[in-house]
Design a protein around this ligand. Structure first.
Ligand code: ADP
Length: 265
């Protein structure tokens, strides 16, 4: 099968959507099953790289450990427990995809990535590229990764997407989460308004306004996403942040509809 000419799209299934974030180790199966079904309807028309967040799986385990100084503070036990938990959710996601007949293969980021001082330095991405060219859907996930100077560091799905986007050059990145997009303030806490477009005219202001004062999310929440993704928009990749809790939003976004926040350069 030759899929060389198909559009490459990266899709993130946010941990806030596919798990119940406040309940450790609890999958939101109704969302995961529906989203897998949506993907089963269009995977064959594109090359798809899927990434998913950890939600209440590794985040709950990570909160028991001090990750500030890598392995020195979280210990080998923290490293291995967090990895096992991220991997456990990945198995569940893979299983749902296979049940929907999506030809998916799981890629463990901690086995093919090296970081240094919290930054992704290298990822051996050739297997991902080869899978994509053979019509297979690779699934990666936010993971705890070997780090040259700190022993281990967390890489969010956005950080891995960021590295891979520079190598694989997708036309589009869709980030699915549990809110309608980026708001002027956290929609769960205030009456912020949805920002439909983020570009060079408003990016600095938005980053200033949404920067959290404290964060208990090891992957940095919405601020981290916008900061990381805006850099990618400069590569002429269209980026949409959408609500995965809403039926057909993913399906429609793949078909070019704008349903959340679009980030353009
Ligand atoms: P995921 O796990 O899906 O990657 P996160 O929990 O990291 O998602 O980020 C999504 C959450 O960010 C939302 O549930 C929302 O409450 C929070 N958030 C904080 N500030 C904002 C903002 N300005 N706009 C949108 N969401 C925000």
């Amino acid at each position: 099968m030759n899929t060389y000419n198909k559009d490459l799209i990266f899709i993130k299934l946010g941990g806030a959507a596919i798990t119940h974030k406040s309940k450790p180790g609890k999958v939101n199966f109704s969302v995961l099953k529906r989203v897998s079904k949506e993907i089963s309807g269009f995977y064959d028309d594109y090359k798809l790289l899927i990434g998913h967040g950890g939600g209440s799986f590794p985040h709950a385990v990570a909160s028991k450990y001090d990750l500030s100084n890598g392995i020195e503070t979280c210990g080998v036990r923290g490293f291995t427990e967090i990895q096992a938990s991220a991997h456990a959710l990945n198995n569940i996601v893979l299983e749902e995809f296979l049940k929907k007949k999506i030809p998916a293969i799981s890629i463990q980021p901690s086995a093919c990535t090296i970081m240094d001082n919290g930054k992704v330095k290298k990822m051996y991405y050739e297997p991902i590229e080869t899978l994509l060219n053979n019509g297979i859907v690779p699934i990666i996930y936010g993971d705890i990764i070997p780090d040259r100077s700190k022993g281990c560091s967390i890489a969010s799905t956005e950080m891995l997407f960021s590295y891979l986007a520079r190598k694989l050059k997708p036309s589009k990145i869709i980030i699915g989460t549990d809110v309608d997009g980026v708001f002027t303030e956290d929609p769960k806490k205030g009456n912020g308004e949805l920002i439909e477009l983020i570009d060079k005219n408003n990016i600095q202001n938005i980053l200033k306004n949404i920067k959290p004062t404290i964060s208990n999310d090891v992957t940095g929440g919405m601020y981290h996403k916008v900061k990381e993704l805006y850099k990618l928009s400069k590569l002429d990749i269209e980026i949409d942040i959408i609500n995965l809790l809403k039926k057909d939003y993913l399906k429609e976004t793949v078909k070019e509809k704008r349903l959340g926040t679009r980030i353009l350069r």
